[in-house]
Each structure stands twice: as C-alpha cells, then as structure tokens.
Design a protein around this ligand. Structure first.
Ligand SMILES: Nc1ncnc2c1ncn2[C@@H]1O[C@H](COP(=O)(O)OP(=O)(O)O)[C@@H](O)[C@H]1O
Ligand SMILES: [Mg+2]
Length: 577
C-alpha cells in the first residue's frame, strides 16, 4: 500500500502524461473493438449481399479507424515510457541522496552490495512495471468488457456461450495464479541469494586466486545459479501450462459459436459476418485475460522491489548533517569520559568505560591486539558512530553538540582500510582540501614521505590511480592517504594502523615530520618504536583499558606493557645479530 502511495505521489508530478496514457489506450481499444463489427458488415452486406460499392467505403472507414487506433497506441507507449523513465531517474536520485546521508551503522545494516541491487535492478523492475501497467492496467479490463458488450450486441444467443466459457476461463486463471504467487517469492529470494554470492565471489576474486580456490568457488556459484534456475523453471512451467489451457478453453467457445452459428445461418436468423465478428471478439477476450494475468504477475514482483527501495528511503539517518551552529573550540583537551560503545544488533559492549584526557598538541598512542576495539574507539571521535554511554569532549564541549561539519573538518582520520578513489593523485588530494594548490599538495606528500615517488612518476601529480588502487603498493597507498588527510590541516589527526605497510626507515622519517606538526595526534600502531615517544600510551584489551600513561610510567607499573615492549625490543635485537 505504501508503495502505491509513493508511486501515486510521483505520478501527480506528471499528471498530464499519466492521464493521457490511459485515455489514448481507451481510444486504441475502441478502434480495435469496432473493427470486427465493420468487418462483419463488409461480409454481410458487401460480399454476401452484393452491395459491392459499400466495400470501398467501409474499407476506408476501417483504415482510418485503424490509423487513429495505432496513433493513440503509439502515443500511450510514449507517455508511459516518459513517465516511467522519469520515475526511475527520480527514485535513483532520491535513493542516492539518502544513501549519502547514511551513517556507518546504516551502511552496516544495508550492505553495500544490497544497496547497489536496490538502486539499480530494483528500480528498473518497478520502472518497467509502471511502464507496462500504465497501458495494460487499462487495456485489459476495457478490452475484456468491451468485447463482451460487443458480443451481446451482436446476438444474444451467442452470448450464452460466453456465459458458460468465461467462468471456466476465470477459474483456470485464478487457480494457476494462486499456485504461482508463493513460488514468486521463492524465486525472488533465490535471486537475492544469487546476487550475494556473485558479489562475494567477485569482490574476493584476488583472494580466491591466491589460494587457488577457483574450483570450489565455481561450484558455489553454480549451485546458487542452478537453485535459482530450478525455482524459476517451476514458475515458468505453470505459466507455460496456463497459455495453452486458456487458448484451449477459448477455442472450445469458438467451436461452440461456429457449430451453433451454422444452424442460425441455415435458418436465416444470423449472418456469416456476425459469426466472424463473434470469433474475433472471443480472441480479444482471451488476449485481455492474458494481459491481465501478466500485469498481475509483474505487479507482485515489483511490489517486492518497491519494499526494498522503501527500506532505503525510509532509513532513519541518525547522523543527519544538521547544523547546530557550534564549532569545535580552538583550544582544549580531548577527553573520553567513561565511554562505552555497542554496535547496533550486537549483544555485548565493544568498548567499556574508556576514560582518558590528552592535551592539545599531544600524541596519544593506542596499543592492543587485533579485535580489541582500537578502530572502534577512534571512529567515535569524528562521530562515525555515537557513543552508547559516557561522553567525548573537545575543549569541554560534548562532540554531539558540535556542528558535524565543523567536527569532521577538525578531525582528520586515516582509516585502517583506507580507500583511494580512481582518479589522479591530485584528485585524491583535493578530497582533503578542495582548493589545494600544487605546492600544498607536494608539501603534504613530503610530510608523508611520498613526494619523491610521486614526482618521479612521468605524469607526477596527475598520475592516475586505478580502481581499488591496484597500480600502487600498499605502503604507497597508505602514505598518499596520510598526505590526503594532512593537507586538510586537521586539529586532531588519527592514524589507524596507517603505517603498517611502510618500512621502518620510512616510518621513522614520517614520524619525525609528524612530530613537528602542532596538531593533536592519535596513533594506532603495532610497532613499539612508533609508540614509545608518545606523550601518553593507552593499552586496551577486549574493549577495556589495561593501562594508561607515558612509556616510562607504564614500563615501571604495567606488566602487560613491559611484556609487549621487551618482546619487541628483544626480537629487534635478535634480528640485528
Ligand atoms: N561495523 C561493525 N559492526 C559490528 N561489529 C563490528 C564492526 N566493526 C568492528 N566490529 C567488532 O568490533 C570488534 C573490535 O573491532 P576493531 O575496533 O576493528 O578492532 P581493532 O581495530 O582493535 O583490531 C571486533 O570484534 C569486530 O568484530
Ligand atoms: Mg583496527
């Protein structure tokens, strides 16, 4: 129902074309309905009655009516096309605008792959059905009723045959449709599953190749593909039976008309032309029923798509970019007060009771094993997710009160799985700062120790980065990402394991460059060498604080920290030997 409301709301915007399409359909159908009647007159009066001069006149009339009908038909197709394509474009724009406002937890819930299907094939599905329905929804019933009326007008006795045949036909259609509907839902589910499998296989294709798992994955693909085909075939079988069954019943009716008509004609109560017209009308009735069946089936399919589209349009974006007018305080500490966080749908806190305080310009290092919640913690600072309990403050202001634009401008984060966009290096740098000059870009690249590499490329800053940055190394990608964040000159810089793919010498160069910058820095790293000099070190395990303090303090007081430190220093020394 909601889907229909959305569609109607849209159609209101294209009222003229929406109304013209059915109007033209009615003209088209009227023309088709009149033709058998004229034909019967030509036969009755012209051919049998010998009024030969009437043939040309009636023939001409028929031609003109046909032309009018065809023109009306063409226009209705055009109008339906215009409206439905506009609908598709409008829906896609609306969905895209919505998705751009999605928070991280929205995206967690409606997966990227599923969003792609929704914005492409689901919209196309609905668009096609609107196009077809704008014609068939009017054409089918009008033709059905019109043809019945015409038969009644021809001869009442022949109409009795219809009265017997029609209920049988309708019963058959309803029976088969009832059987197919549940199957449709199954086909839709299998299709969704197939999409998921394909998406997974394609996005992981490199890993699959690396582990030489093509065979296994191929089997998975084929299983899902066959599953989908099997259920589609079941539906097709039922539909395939429906067509000949309906024709058979209708042809029985035609036989009835011919058999019954023979007596009537012999007795002189009926003309041959009327019998011809009657059989024509019966065909039209059959056609209208087939159309109706097609519309009903495609509307149910589109309904499923519309529900999926609605899910996107109606997702509450908890992090709507509303301006609060409060900007990030110039000076002040970054404070975590008893912060706890739980992912939506999870049954356990991922972070619990995290508290610390770092002064402006200081460096905080976060240490912890994989899965301990380091990325989760730093993602709370630019409000990718909101804290579940406690608060995060910058300069004493709760970040939830700060204008989101101002917050995100002042917090620069290089994420763990960082993404470079396909486009030139300069394009990527401009994502950090729209109006960045070439000097600014090179300066930022220098700080990330990647300027020499970029400038050594034949096309320098204009070097194209391919999709997924496949044409540069992991370490180069990390360094360009750091430069992209540095160029925006954030007040708080967060590096989430951003130097993991960089060699030790380069890392120490970058660290030196970063130390000269005045911004507050939060660094997640595995190597103790990158952490040791930080003003404060926070060690977390399983979402809880293990210890917090400077290197010297922790080395003395925390057994866990000492263990990590000693083991790394030791292995480094062994490496030297
Ligand atoms: N988007 C998410 N939705 C639900 N759970 C998540 C999400 N991201 C991470 N997690 C869970 O949170 C835990 C901590 O992850 P993360 O903060 O990435 O750890 P770290 O960065 O320390 O390796 C993991 O157990 C992971 O399963
Ligand atoms: Mg992480």
């Amino acid at each position: 129902m909601k889907s229909i409301r959305i569609i109607l709301q849209f159609l209101k915007k294209h009222l003229t074309l929406t109304l013209l399409a059915p109007l033209c359909v009615i003209i088209e159908v009227t023309a088709e309905l009149v033709q058998p009647k004229i034909m019967s007159e030509i036969v009755n009066r012209g051919v049998i009655g010998g009024e030969t001069d009437i043939i040309t006149a009636l023939g001409l009339k028929m031609l003109i009516i046909t032309l009018v009908g065809v023109c009306a038909g063409v226009f209705s197709i055009y109008a339906a096309g215009q409206v439905s394509y506009a609908f598709g474009a409008d829906m896609r724009t609306k969905m895209f605008t919505r998705i751009q406002k999605f928070s991280f937890s929205n995206i967690d819930r409606l997966q990227t792959g599923s969003l792609i299907t929704r914005i492409t094939s689901d919209v196309t599905q609905v668009q096609n059905v609107i196009q077809a329905s704008m014609r068939l929804l009017f054409r089918a019933p009008f033709m059905f009723i019109g043809a019945i009326v015409m038969v009644f007008m021809l001869d009442l006795k022949m109409a009795y045959i219809l009265i017997i045949i029609l209920p049988i036909l309708l019963f058959t259609i309803i029976y088969i449709l009832k059987k197919t509907f549940p199957l449709f839902t199954i086909v839709q589910q299998k299709m969704d599953k197939f999409n998921t499998v394909v998406q997974e296989l394609l996005s992981g294709i490199r890993v699959v190749k690396a582990y030489v798992r093509e065979q296994g994955e191929r089997e998975r693909f084929e299983a899902s593909n066959e599953d989908y085909i099997a259920s589609s075939l079941k539906v097709s079988k039922l539909i395939i039976i429906m067509m000949p069954a309906m024709s058979f019943i209708m042809n029985l009716g035609v036989v009835g008309v011919l058999w019954f008509g023979e007596y009537e004609v012999a007795d002189g109560r009926l003309n041959v032309g009327d019998i011809m017209a009657c059989t024509n009308y019966m065909t039209q009735i059959l056609m209208s029923l087939m159309m109706a069946q097609r519309v009903i089936m495609s509307i149910t399919q589109a309904e499923a798509s519309m529900v999926r589209i609605n899910e996107v349009l109606e997702t509450e974006c908890e992090l709507d970019l509303q301006s609060t007018g409060v900007s990030v305080p110039e000076e002040g500490d970054l404070e975590f007060n008893n912060v706890s966080f739980r992912y939506e749908g999870s049954n356990k806190d991922q972070l619990s009771n995290i508290s610390f305080n770092i002064k402006k310009g200081e460096t905080l290092a976060i240490l912890g094993s994989t899965g301990s919640g380091k990325s989760t913690l730093v993602n709370l600072i630019p409000r990718f997710y909101d804290v579940t309990e406690g608060s995060i403050k910058i300069g004493g202001k709760d970040i939830r009160e700060i204008d989101r634009k101002s917050l995100q401008d002042s917090v620069g984060i290089v994420m763990q799985n960082t993404v470079l966009f396909s486009g030139s290096i300069a394009d990527n740098m401009r994502m950090g700062k729209e109006d960045a000059t070439e000097e600014e870009m090179i300066d930022a690249l220098k700080k990330a120790d990647i300027a020499d590499f970029v400038l050594s490329l034949p096309d320098g800053l204009n070097h194209k980065i391919e999709q997924d940055a496949t044409n540069i190394s992991g370490g180069q990608r990390q360094r360009i990402s750091i430069a992209r964040t540095l160029i925006s000159e954030p007040d708080i810089l967060i590096l989430d394991d951003s130097l993991s793919a960089v060699d030790l010498i380069t890392e120490s160069k970058i660290r030196k460059a970063l130390n000269k910058l005045k911004m507050t820095k939060i660094i997640i790293a595995q190597r103790i060498s990158s952490i040791k000099d930080a003003n404060k070190i926070l060690m977390i395990e399983d979402g809880k604080m293990l210890c917090y303090g400077s290197h010297d303090e922790l080395y003395k007081t925390s057994a866990e920290y000492k263990e990590v430190y000693d083991s790394q220093v030791q292995s480094a020394e062994e490496g030297k030997l």
